[in-house]
Design a protein around this ligand. Sequence first.
Ligand code: HEC
Ligand code: HEC
Length: 425
Amino acid sequence: MHITPSSFRRLGASLAVSLMLAACGGGGDPAASADAAITTALATPTPVELAARPPADAGLSAMELLGKQIFNDPNLSEPPGTPCVACHRPELGWADNHGSKIGVARGSKPASLGLRNVLTNGYSALVPPFAFVTVNGETEARGGHFWDGRADTLAQQALGPLLNPLEMNNANARAVVDKLAAAPYAAQFLQQFGASALNNTDQAFTQIGLALQAFQKSRPVQPFNSKYDAMRLGHAAFDVHEQQGMALFMDSQRANCASCHKMDPKSTIDADSPFSDFGYYATGIPRNRAIPRNADAGFFDLGLCGPERSAPVTPAAVNIADYCGKFRVPTLRNVALRQAFMHNGFFKDLNEVVAFYSTRNSNPVHWYGATGVANDLPPAYLGNIVADKPPFNRKKSDGPLLTPTEIADIVAFLHTLDDGFIPPR
Ligand code: HEC
Ligand code: HEC
């Protein structure tokens, strides 16, 4: 865990101390630390009150404000206490696994652990709908919400967690609509959607999705006010470490991070720096053995090939088997505030993530155990793992890509992507 003095101040002392405690358990062999973490998986969830540092309401429309209240309402889960914000906490990079330390989310039921790490909902307004696109003769999957792109719009996406038994666990749409009818903001809902809006369950449920979508597309959820943005707009300068980290991040012959995590520090257009190309890759993330479903050695989360989604409709030329094990590139905005990384939450420390990019090819035994073979894909799909461009095209004998200083510089650069450096603009 890398905590700079400024992020320490911003997080507040008590939170930073708990982050450091978490980091203390995270050293050494990553597989062993994941195993050790399972014992604390169901420790007391972080109180939702702690999340009550929501972004300012200034400038939000009535619809966006309604969506925000739904997002923060603890009564919309079964049992109550697990609002959207419990897993998508603005001060933790719009993510958090709700008290679970094993890297995947804990739901509203006391012992329920999901399959995946919470994906940030910050900047999700930038995610295009799912499609296969052909660039330079190569067809690639792009866009869609969730790690596997299964939802096209945020309105559609928002309804998933409300009914997912491992998340907010409502029995059906009626149960959600009844709770909304009893909420203090029910009158605002009727104002937005009409006096009889709560009478038709299906329609009201869809409208809940629309209100949540409006909030998620609002400025406070994509404020573009990090130090990186201030630098890009000429209002702040990077220190030498941040500068070197950015140069490495953009070096197409070495770390090459920006080839997938797209950015343009010379552009004043916010959307030119989403820090994702919204494409899909299998990068060989190690298996997280602490995930309950992974107790079955024959079970694999194959991303685009399920099991959380049905296979996408593909163009004739596309063989879906070539996409198994691929997950969408997440934005790296606010990534240093998050506590677990990658779709399976295997990594708990940002330095370790960058170390993985540095030595995946040169020291596979460290990441995958004695066999040295990527261990979270069945043999048939190992060929889908990206190996044709930096940083993934290195030979074993090439050694680590990055020195410890270079890793620290990249992490310093990633810290410049935390929002809140400059006031809302
Ligand atoms: C129990 C934890 C939990 C709760 C509660 C929860 N989410 Fe999530 N959220 C997740 C997880 C886990 C993922 C990634 C799931 C996946 O990719 O399969 C996710 C993904 C998302 C994404 C995808 C972002 C993207 O760009 O693809 C959005 C948006 C989102 N959630 C919004 C919401 C909203 C709105 C609510 C409330 C109605 C909500 N979440 C409640 C855990 C939660
Ligand atoms: C070939 C494309 C590609 C390149 C190059 C790449 N990444 Fe990624 N990155 C991904 C994908 C895909 C994921 C999600 C993988 C998963 O969860 O299975 C990801 C995830 C991440 C995450 C975790 C984010 C989160 O919210 O969990 C971090 C941090 C990250 N990358 C940093 C970097 C850095 C630093 C570099 C350069 C050293 C880099 N990436 C290069 C594709 C890439």
